[in-house]
Design a protein around this ligand. Sequence first.
Ligand code: GDP
Ligand code: GDP
Length: 437
Amino acid sequence: MNRPVVCIVGRPNVGKSTLFNKIVGKRIAITEDSPGVTRDRIYSEAEWLNRYFILIDTGGLEPESEEIIPMNIKRQVEMAIDTADVILFVVDGREGVTATDMEIANILRRSGKEILLVCNKVDTHKVSDKVFEFYELGIGNPIPISAEQSLGIGDLLDEVIKHFPEDKEKDLDEDIVKISVIGKPNVGKSSLINNILGEERVIVTDIPGTTRDAIDTYVTFENEKYIFIDTAGLRRKRSIYKNVERYSVVRTLTAIDRSDLCILVIDGTEGVTEQDTKIAGYAHEKGKGIIIAVNKWDIVEKETNTYWEFEKNIKSKLSFITYAPIVFISAKTGKRVNKLLELIKVVNNNYNLRISTGVLNDIINEAVILNQPPSDKGVRLKIYYGTQVAVRPPKFLIFINKKELMHFSYQRYLENQIRQYFGFEGVPIQFEFREKG
Ligand code: GDP
Ligand code: GDP
Protein backbone atom coordinates (compact mmCIF):
# COMPACT_ATOMS: atom_id res chain seq x y z
CA MET A 1 0.00 0.00 0.00
CA ASN A 2 1.07 3.51 -0.72
CA ARG A 3 1.15 5.43 2.51
CA PRO A 4 1.21 9.17 2.84
CA VAL A 5 4.39 10.43 4.47
CA VAL A 6 4.26 13.00 7.24
CA CYS A 7 7.50 14.72 8.29
CA ILE A 8 8.07 16.68 11.46
CA VAL A 9 10.48 19.62 11.12
CA GLY A 10 11.53 22.46 13.38
CA ARG A 11 14.50 23.77 15.29
CA PRO A 12 15.95 21.77 18.21
CA ASN A 13 14.03 21.57 21.48
CA VAL A 14 10.64 22.62 20.22
CA GLY A 15 9.31 19.15 21.02
CA LYS A 16 9.54 17.25 17.73
CA SER A 17 10.51 13.92 19.20
CA THR A 18 7.97 14.27 22.02
CA LEU A 19 5.28 14.81 19.40
CA PHE A 20 6.58 11.91 17.31
CA ASN A 21 6.36 9.57 20.29
CA LYS A 22 2.88 10.78 21.19
CA ILE A 23 1.55 10.15 17.70
CA VAL A 24 3.27 6.82 17.25
CA GLY A 25 2.31 5.70 20.75
CA LYS A 26 2.93 2.16 21.75
CA ARG A 27 2.57 0.80 18.30
CA ILE A 28 6.29 0.83 17.75
CA ALA A 29 6.96 -1.62 20.58
CA ILE A 30 6.52 -4.78 18.52
CA THR A 31 9.59 -4.04 16.48
CA GLU A 32 11.74 -3.15 19.46
CA ASP A 33 13.64 -6.45 19.53
CA SER A 34 14.06 -6.82 15.83
CA PRO A 35 17.13 -5.98 13.81
CA GLY A 36 15.14 -3.40 11.87
CA VAL A 37 15.87 0.28 11.78
CA THR A 38 12.49 1.14 13.19
CA ARG A 39 14.12 0.98 16.59
CA ASP A 40 15.74 4.28 15.90
CA ARG A 41 12.44 5.96 16.59
CA ILE A 42 12.70 8.37 13.76
CA TYR A 43 10.55 6.48 11.32
CA SER A 44 7.36 4.68 12.09
CA GLU A 45 4.00 3.66 10.85
CA ALA A 46 1.19 5.53 12.49
CA GLU A 47 -2.57 5.50 12.31
CA TRP A 48 -5.42 7.89 12.97
CA LEU A 49 -9.06 6.99 12.42
CA ASN A 50 -8.08 4.07 10.25
CA ARG A 51 -5.88 6.17 8.01
CA TYR A 52 -2.37 4.79 7.90
CA PHE A 53 0.69 6.89 7.27
CA ILE A 54 4.45 7.02 7.74
CA LEU A 55 5.72 9.47 10.32
CA ILE A 56 9.30 10.76 10.22
CA ASP A 57 11.02 12.86 12.86
CA THR A 58 13.62 14.67 10.80
CA GLY A 59 15.22 16.06 13.95
CA GLY A 60 16.22 12.58 14.97
CA LEU A 61 18.14 12.15 11.76
CA GLU A 62 21.10 14.25 12.76
CA PRO A 63 23.40 14.10 15.73
CA GLU A 64 23.12 17.18 17.89
CA SER A 65 26.06 19.46 17.52
CA GLU A 66 25.87 23.17 18.13
CA GLU A 67 27.92 24.56 15.29
CA ILE A 68 26.38 22.57 12.49
CA ILE A 69 22.79 23.04 13.55
CA PRO A 70 21.79 25.59 10.92
CA MET A 71 23.11 23.33 8.18
CA ASN A 72 21.35 20.35 9.68
CA ILE A 73 18.06 22.14 9.86
CA LYS A 74 18.33 23.17 6.27
CA ARG A 75 18.95 19.57 5.29
CA GLN A 76 16.07 18.34 7.39
CA VAL A 77 13.72 20.76 5.76
CA GLU A 78 14.96 19.88 2.26
CA MET A 79 14.56 16.22 3.02
CA ALA A 80 11.04 16.79 4.34
CA ILE A 81 10.10 18.78 1.24
CA ASP A 82 11.42 15.99 -0.93
CA THR A 83 9.75 13.14 0.92
CA ALA A 84 6.65 14.34 2.70
CA ASP A 85 3.07 14.70 1.63
CA VAL A 86 2.34 16.74 4.74
CA ILE A 87 4.92 18.67 6.78
CA LEU A 88 4.40 19.46 10.44
CA PHE A 89 6.38 22.59 11.19
CA VAL A 90 6.75 22.65 14.97
CA VAL A 91 7.44 25.88 16.86
CA ASP A 92 7.73 26.66 20.57
CA GLY A 93 4.62 28.49 21.76
CA ARG A 94 6.28 29.68 24.93
CA GLU A 95 9.29 31.25 23.28
CA GLY A 96 7.58 32.89 20.38
CA VAL A 97 9.01 33.38 16.89
CA THR A 98 12.78 33.06 16.52
CA ALA A 99 15.10 33.87 13.64
CA THR A 100 15.53 30.17 12.86
CA ASP A 101 11.75 29.72 12.73
CA MET A 102 11.70 32.52 10.16
CA GLU A 103 14.39 30.85 8.10
CA ILE A 104 12.61 27.53 8.08
CA ALA A 105 9.33 29.21 7.21
CA ASN A 106 10.99 30.89 4.24
CA ILE A 107 12.16 27.60 2.79
CA LEU A 108 8.86 25.88 3.48
CA ARG A 109 6.71 28.59 1.99
CA ARG A 110 8.41 28.26 -1.37
CA SER A 111 7.99 24.48 -1.48
CA GLY A 112 4.34 24.36 -2.39
CA LYS A 113 3.85 21.45 0.04
CA GLU A 114 1.03 20.97 2.48
CA ILE A 115 2.32 22.52 5.69
CA LEU A 116 0.72 22.64 9.11
CA LEU A 117 2.11 25.07 11.64
CA VAL A 118 2.15 23.32 15.01
CA CYS A 119 2.53 25.54 18.04
CA ASN A 120 3.77 23.28 20.82
CA LYS A 121 4.11 23.72 24.58
CA VAL A 122 0.71 25.36 24.92
CA ASP A 123 0.18 23.44 28.12
CA THR A 124 -3.05 25.02 29.23
CA HIS A 125 -6.37 25.24 27.51
CA LYS A 126 -6.00 28.96 27.54
CA VAL A 127 -4.14 29.88 24.38
CA SER A 128 -1.54 32.55 25.11
CA ASP A 129 -1.03 35.65 23.00
CA LYS A 130 2.32 34.32 21.87
CA VAL A 131 0.52 31.83 19.66
CA PHE A 132 -0.82 34.64 17.49
CA GLU A 133 2.70 35.89 16.86
CA PHE A 134 3.21 32.90 14.62
CA TYR A 135 0.90 34.24 11.93
CA GLU A 136 3.94 36.30 11.09
CA LEU A 137 5.57 33.19 9.61
CA GLY A 138 3.10 33.25 6.77
CA ILE A 139 2.36 29.56 7.02
CA GLY A 140 -1.25 29.87 8.12
CA ASN A 141 -3.10 29.24 11.36
CA PRO A 142 -0.94 28.06 14.23
CA ILE A 143 -2.45 24.91 15.72
CA PRO A 144 -1.89 24.97 19.49
CA ILE A 145 -0.90 21.69 21.11
CA SER A 146 0.97 20.36 24.08
CA ALA A 147 2.85 17.27 23.03
CA GLU A 148 3.83 16.59 26.61
CA GLN A 149 0.35 16.97 28.07
CA SER A 150 -1.32 15.34 25.06
CA LEU A 151 -3.46 18.37 24.40
CA GLY A 152 -4.73 19.10 20.90
CA ILE A 153 -3.08 16.05 19.31
CA GLY A 154 -6.39 14.63 18.10
CA ASP A 155 -7.40 17.91 16.47
CA LEU A 156 -3.98 18.12 14.87
CA LEU A 157 -4.27 14.61 13.44
CA ASP A 158 -7.78 15.38 12.13
CA GLU A 159 -6.17 18.22 10.25
CA VAL A 160 -3.25 16.06 9.06
CA ILE A 161 -5.41 13.42 7.43
CA LYS A 162 -7.49 16.09 5.71
CA HIS A 163 -4.34 17.12 3.86
CA PHE A 164 -3.43 13.69 2.53
CA PRO A 165 -3.28 13.76 -1.24
CA GLU A 166 -6.24 12.16 -2.95
CA ASP A 167 -5.54 8.73 -4.35
CA LYS A 168 -2.28 8.31 -2.50
CA GLU A 169 -3.73 5.64 -0.25
CA LYS A 170 -5.32 3.84 -3.13
CA ASP A 171 -2.89 1.70 -4.96
CA LEU A 172 -3.22 2.68 -8.59
CA ASP A 173 -0.98 -0.12 -9.70
CA GLU A 174 -2.16 -2.93 -7.52
CA ASP A 175 -1.55 -5.62 -10.12
CA ILE A 176 1.94 -4.56 -11.06
CA VAL A 177 4.86 -6.10 -9.23
CA LYS A 178 6.84 -3.42 -7.44
CA ILE A 179 10.53 -3.87 -7.00
CA SER A 180 12.93 -1.74 -5.04
CA VAL A 181 16.68 -1.90 -5.32
CA ILE A 182 17.95 -1.28 -1.83
CA GLY A 183 21.28 -1.05 -0.06
CA LYS A 184 23.78 1.42 1.30
CA PRO A 185 24.98 4.40 -0.70
CA ASN A 186 27.59 3.50 -3.34
CA VAL A 187 26.97 -0.22 -3.55
CA GLY A 188 25.84 0.23 -7.15
CA LYS A 189 22.05 0.54 -6.99
CA SER A 190 21.78 3.18 -9.68
CA SER A 191 24.25 1.33 -11.86
CA LEU A 192 22.18 -1.81 -11.48
CA ILE A 193 18.89 -0.13 -12.32
CA ASN A 194 20.50 1.48 -15.35
CA ASN A 195 21.88 -1.85 -16.44
CA ILE A 196 18.51 -3.56 -16.07
CA LEU A 197 16.76 -0.80 -18.00
CA GLY A 198 19.37 -1.16 -20.72
CA GLU A 199 18.78 -4.91 -21.11
CA GLU A 200 17.44 -5.82 -24.50
CA ARG A 201 14.59 -7.87 -23.14
CA VAL A 202 13.45 -5.15 -20.78
CA ILE A 203 11.08 -2.62 -22.25
CA VAL A 204 10.68 0.67 -20.46
CA THR A 205 7.14 1.97 -20.76
CA ASP A 206 6.18 5.58 -20.67
CA ILE A 207 2.93 6.23 -18.99
CA PRO A 208 1.83 9.64 -20.20
CA GLY A 209 -0.62 11.92 -18.56
CA THR A 210 -0.75 10.28 -15.17
CA THR A 211 -0.10 11.61 -11.75
CA ARG A 212 2.12 8.70 -10.88
CA ASP A 213 5.21 9.16 -8.84
CA ALA A 214 8.07 10.47 -10.94
CA ILE A 215 10.58 8.22 -9.24
CA ASP A 216 8.98 5.03 -10.53
CA THR A 217 10.02 3.34 -13.75
CA TYR A 218 7.55 1.09 -15.53
CA VAL A 219 9.01 -1.84 -17.41
CA THR A 220 7.86 -4.98 -19.15
CA PHE A 221 9.91 -8.13 -19.10
CA GLU A 222 8.69 -11.32 -20.76
CA ASN A 223 5.07 -10.23 -20.64
CA GLU A 224 5.19 -9.34 -16.98
CA LYS A 225 4.87 -5.73 -15.87
CA TYR A 226 7.09 -4.34 -13.15
CA ILE A 227 7.67 -1.05 -11.46
CA PHE A 228 11.16 -0.24 -10.30
CA ILE A 229 11.10 2.09 -7.34
CA ASP A 230 14.06 4.37 -7.21
CA THR A 231 15.70 4.69 -3.82
CA ALA A 232 19.00 6.15 -4.80
CA GLY A 233 17.50 9.32 -6.18
CA LEU A 234 18.68 8.20 -9.58
CA ARG A 235 17.29 11.20 -11.37
CA ARG A 236 17.76 13.75 -8.69
CA LYS A 237 21.24 13.59 -7.38
CA ARG A 238 21.10 17.34 -6.94
CA SER A 239 20.02 17.10 -3.38
CA ILE A 240 22.36 18.35 -0.72
CA TYR A 241 21.80 15.42 1.56
CA LYS A 242 22.71 12.73 -0.91
CA ASN A 243 25.68 11.59 1.09
CA VAL A 244 24.04 11.59 4.45
CA GLU A 245 23.48 7.97 5.26
CA ARG A 246 20.53 8.35 7.54
CA TYR A 247 18.54 10.19 4.92
CA SER A 248 19.18 7.40 2.52
CA VAL A 249 17.87 5.02 5.17
CA VAL A 250 14.57 6.86 5.36
CA ARG A 251 14.28 6.80 1.60
CA THR A 252 15.04 3.11 1.63
CA LEU A 253 12.40 2.32 4.24
CA THR A 254 9.74 4.20 2.32
CA ALA A 255 10.66 2.28 -0.81
CA ILE A 256 10.57 -1.07 0.98
CA ASP A 257 7.11 -0.27 2.35
CA ARG A 258 5.86 0.27 -1.17
CA SER A 259 7.42 -2.77 -2.80
CA ASP A 260 6.57 -6.44 -3.18
CA LEU A 261 10.10 -7.49 -3.83
CA CYS A 262 13.43 -6.08 -2.74
CA ILE A 263 16.79 -6.55 -4.36
CA LEU A 264 19.30 -6.06 -1.58
CA VAL A 265 22.57 -4.95 -3.11
CA ILE A 266 25.70 -5.74 -1.14
CA ASP A 267 29.15 -4.46 -2.05
CA GLY A 268 31.26 -7.49 -2.92
CA THR A 269 34.43 -5.67 -2.01
CA GLU A 270 33.13 -4.99 1.48
CA GLY A 271 30.93 -7.86 2.58
CA VAL A 272 27.83 -7.63 4.75
CA THR A 273 27.75 -4.54 6.92
CA GLU A 274 25.63 -3.52 9.87
CA GLN A 275 23.49 -1.30 7.69
CA ASP A 276 22.85 -4.16 5.26
CA THR A 277 21.61 -6.19 8.20
CA LYS A 278 19.24 -3.46 9.30
CA ILE A 279 17.82 -2.93 5.84
CA ALA A 280 17.39 -6.67 5.31
CA GLY A 281 15.74 -6.95 8.73
CA TYR A 282 13.21 -4.32 7.82
CA ALA A 283 12.34 -5.94 4.49
CA HIS A 284 11.95 -9.30 6.24
CA GLU A 285 9.73 -7.86 9.00
CA LYS A 286 7.56 -6.29 6.36
CA GLY A 287 7.12 -9.63 4.61
CA LYS A 288 8.74 -8.64 1.34
CA GLY A 289 10.31 -10.98 -1.18
CA ILE A 290 14.11 -10.64 -1.08
CA ILE A 291 16.93 -11.34 -3.51
CA ILE A 292 20.50 -10.65 -2.46
CA ALA A 293 22.73 -9.28 -5.21
CA VAL A 294 26.42 -9.19 -4.42
CA ASN A 295 27.69 -6.46 -6.71
CA LYS A 296 31.11 -5.38 -8.03
CA TRP A 297 32.02 -9.03 -8.40
CA ASP A 298 34.19 -8.00 -11.36
CA ILE A 299 36.76 -6.40 -9.06
CA VAL A 300 36.70 -8.93 -6.24
CA GLU A 301 39.90 -10.98 -6.15
CA LYS A 302 38.80 -14.53 -6.53
CA GLU A 303 40.32 -17.74 -5.33
CA THR A 304 38.79 -21.18 -5.41
CA ASN A 305 36.70 -20.66 -2.30
CA THR A 306 35.89 -16.98 -2.53
CA TYR A 307 32.36 -17.56 -3.74
CA TRP A 308 31.51 -20.15 -1.08
CA GLU A 309 33.12 -18.17 1.68
CA PHE A 310 31.12 -15.12 0.71
CA GLU A 311 27.90 -17.05 0.58
CA LYS A 312 28.59 -18.62 3.95
CA ASN A 313 29.29 -15.22 5.42
CA ILE A 314 26.00 -13.84 4.11
CA LYS A 315 24.04 -16.81 5.43
CA SER A 316 25.50 -16.39 8.88
CA LYS A 317 25.25 -12.62 9.08
CA LEU A 318 21.79 -12.50 7.54
CA SER A 319 20.63 -15.69 9.21
CA PHE A 320 17.01 -14.51 9.40
CA ILE A 321 16.70 -14.50 5.60
CA THR A 322 18.40 -17.73 4.59
CA TYR A 323 15.49 -18.18 2.18
CA ALA A 324 16.80 -15.33 0.01
CA PRO A 325 18.65 -16.44 -3.12
CA ILE A 326 22.08 -14.92 -3.66
CA VAL A 327 23.44 -13.86 -7.03
CA PHE A 328 26.91 -12.51 -7.74
CA ILE A 329 26.74 -9.73 -10.29
CA SER A 330 28.50 -6.82 -11.84
CA ALA A 331 26.28 -3.87 -12.56
CA LYS A 332 29.19 -2.45 -14.49
CA THR A 333 29.83 -5.29 -16.94
CA GLY A 334 26.31 -6.66 -16.79
CA LYS A 335 27.51 -10.06 -15.69
CA ARG A 336 24.67 -12.24 -14.39
CA VAL A 337 22.17 -9.37 -14.43
CA ASN A 338 20.22 -11.74 -16.65
CA LYS A 339 20.20 -14.31 -13.90
CA LEU A 340 18.91 -11.66 -11.53
CA LEU A 341 16.02 -10.97 -13.88
CA GLU A 342 15.20 -14.69 -13.94
CA LEU A 343 15.26 -14.74 -10.15
CA ILE A 344 12.83 -11.85 -10.02
CA LYS A 345 10.36 -13.99 -11.95
CA VAL A 346 10.93 -17.00 -9.74
CA VAL A 347 10.60 -15.11 -6.47
CA ASN A 348 7.53 -13.28 -7.69
CA ASN A 349 5.88 -16.60 -8.53
CA ASN A 350 6.74 -17.88 -5.09
CA TYR A 351 5.31 -14.76 -3.55
CA ASN A 352 1.99 -15.65 -5.14
CA LEU A 353 2.17 -19.35 -4.46
CA ARG A 354 -0.83 -20.95 -2.78
CA ILE A 355 -0.71 -24.45 -1.31
CA SER A 356 -3.93 -26.41 -1.11
CA THR A 357 -5.17 -27.17 2.37
CA GLY A 358 -5.01 -30.91 1.71
CA VAL A 359 -1.35 -30.89 0.73
CA LEU A 360 -0.45 -28.53 3.58
CA ASN A 361 -2.00 -30.87 6.12
CA ASP A 362 -0.21 -33.86 4.63
CA ILE A 363 3.04 -31.97 5.19
CA ILE A 364 2.08 -31.00 8.74
CA ASN A 365 1.03 -34.55 9.64
CA GLU A 366 4.25 -35.95 8.32
CA ALA A 367 6.26 -33.32 10.15
CA VAL A 368 4.54 -34.19 13.42
CA ILE A 369 5.29 -37.88 12.96
CA LEU A 370 8.96 -37.23 12.15
CA ASN A 371 9.53 -34.87 15.03
CA GLN A 372 7.20 -34.91 18.00
CA PRO A 373 5.90 -31.48 19.08
CA PRO A 374 7.20 -30.15 22.41
CA SER A 375 5.36 -30.61 25.69
CA ASP A 376 5.31 -28.76 28.96
CA LYS A 377 4.13 -30.04 32.36
CA GLY A 378 2.62 -33.09 30.80
CA VAL A 379 0.69 -31.22 28.11
CA ARG A 380 1.84 -31.81 24.58
CA LEU A 381 1.42 -29.37 21.71
CA LYS A 382 -1.27 -30.60 19.36
CA ILE A 383 -1.52 -29.34 15.84
CA TYR A 384 -5.04 -29.82 14.50
CA TYR A 385 -4.81 -28.46 11.01
CA GLY A 386 -3.62 -25.55 8.95
CA THR A 387 -4.62 -23.54 5.95
CA GLN A 388 -2.96 -20.89 3.84
CA VAL A 389 -4.86 -17.66 4.37
CA ALA A 390 -2.80 -15.22 2.30
CA VAL A 391 -0.31 -14.76 -0.49
CA ARG A 392 2.12 -11.88 -1.05
CA PRO A 393 3.59 -12.93 1.37
CA PRO A 394 2.27 -16.43 2.06
CA LYS A 395 0.67 -16.76 5.46
CA PHE A 396 -0.45 -19.91 7.22
CA LEU A 397 -3.09 -20.09 9.89
CA ILE A 398 -2.52 -23.12 12.12
CA PHE A 399 -4.97 -24.36 14.71
CA ILE A 400 -3.37 -25.76 17.86
CA ASN A 401 -4.35 -26.64 21.42
CA LYS A 402 -2.20 -24.18 23.37
CA LYS A 403 -0.26 -21.22 22.07
CA GLU A 404 2.39 -21.26 24.80
CA LEU A 405 3.50 -24.68 23.62
CA MET A 406 4.37 -23.50 20.13
CA HIS A 407 8.02 -22.59 20.48
CA PHE A 408 9.94 -20.69 17.90
CA SER A 409 12.14 -23.69 17.17
CA TYR A 410 9.14 -25.84 16.32
CA GLN A 411 7.72 -23.09 14.15
CA ARG A 412 11.07 -22.94 12.36
CA TYR A 413 10.88 -26.69 11.90
CA LEU A 414 7.41 -26.51 10.36
CA GLU A 415 8.58 -23.73 8.10
CA ASN A 416 11.52 -25.83 6.94
CA GLN A 417 9.24 -28.79 6.23
CA ILE A 418 7.00 -26.61 4.09
CA ARG A 419 10.04 -25.19 2.31
CA GLN A 420 11.32 -28.69 1.66
CA TYR A 421 8.33 -29.32 -0.56
CA PHE A 422 7.56 -25.90 -1.94
CA GLY A 423 10.79 -23.98 -1.65
CA PHE A 424 9.30 -20.55 -1.40
CA GLU A 425 12.72 -19.31 -2.41
CA GLY A 426 13.11 -15.61 -1.74
CA VAL A 427 9.92 -15.34 0.24
CA PRO A 428 9.29 -14.99 3.99
CA ILE A 429 6.64 -17.30 5.39
CA GLN A 430 4.33 -16.01 8.08
CA PHE A 431 2.42 -18.04 10.64
CA GLU A 432 -0.52 -17.31 12.83
CA PHE A 433 -1.39 -19.80 15.54
CA ARG A 434 -4.88 -19.96 16.89
CA GLU A 435 -6.21 -22.02 19.79
CA LYS A 436 -9.10 -24.29 19.16
CA GLY A 437 -10.87 -25.89 22.09
P1 GDP B 1 13.12 18.17 19.74
O1 GDP B 1 14.56 18.54 19.89
O2 GDP B 1 12.39 19.17 18.89
O3 GDP B 1 12.89 16.76 19.29
O4 GDP B 1 12.46 18.36 21.19
P2 GDP B 1 12.14 17.26 22.31
O5 GDP B 1 10.93 16.47 21.94
O6 GDP B 1 13.36 16.55 22.65
O7 GDP B 1 11.70 18.25 23.48
C1 GDP B 1 12.55 19.26 23.99
C2 GDP B 1 12.14 19.63 25.40
O8 GDP B 1 10.84 20.22 25.40
C3 GDP B 1 12.07 18.42 26.31
O9 GDP B 1 12.58 18.78 27.55
C4 GDP B 1 10.57 18.14 26.39
O10 GDP B 1 10.22 17.53 27.61
C5 GDP B 1 9.98 19.53 26.28
N1 GDP B 1 8.63 19.50 25.73
C6 GDP B 1 8.19 18.83 24.63
N2 GDP B 1 6.87 19.03 24.43
C7 GDP B 1 6.46 19.87 25.42
C8 GDP B 1 5.20 20.45 25.78
O11 GDP B 1 4.17 20.23 25.15
N3 GDP B 1 5.17 21.28 26.86
C9 GDP B 1 6.29 21.52 27.60
N4 GDP B 1 6.17 22.34 28.64
N5 GDP B 1 7.48 20.99 27.31
C10 GDP B 1 7.58 20.17 26.23
P1 GDP C 1 24.46 3.73 -5.53
O1 GDP C 1 24.82 4.89 -4.64
O2 GDP C 1 24.18 2.49 -4.73
O3 GDP C 1 23.38 4.02 -6.50
O4 GDP C 1 25.79 3.38 -6.36
P2 GDP C 1 26.22 3.79 -7.85
O5 GDP C 1 25.45 3.00 -8.84
O6 GDP C 1 26.18 5.27 -7.95
O7 GDP C 1 27.71 3.24 -7.87
C1 GDP C 1 28.70 3.70 -6.97
C2 GDP C 1 30.07 3.51 -7.60
O8 GDP C 1 30.36 2.12 -7.76
C3 GDP C 1 30.19 4.13 -8.97
O9 GDP C 1 31.46 4.69 -9.08
C4 GDP C 1 30.03 2.94 -9.92
O10 GDP C 1 30.69 3.14 -11.14
C5 GDP C 1 30.65 1.83 -9.11
N1 GDP C 1 30.07 0.51 -9.46
C6 GDP C 1 28.76 0.19 -9.46
N2 GDP C 1 28.59 -1.10 -9.82
C7 GDP C 1 29.83 -1.60 -10.05
C8 GDP C 1 30.33 -2.89 -10.46
O11 GDP C 1 29.59 -3.85 -10.68
N3 GDP C 1 31.68 -3.02 -10.58
C9 GDP C 1 32.52 -1.97 -10.35
N4 GDP C 1 33.83 -2.21 -10.51
N5 GDP C 1 32.09 -0.78 -9.96
C10 GDP C 1 30.77 -0.57 -9.82
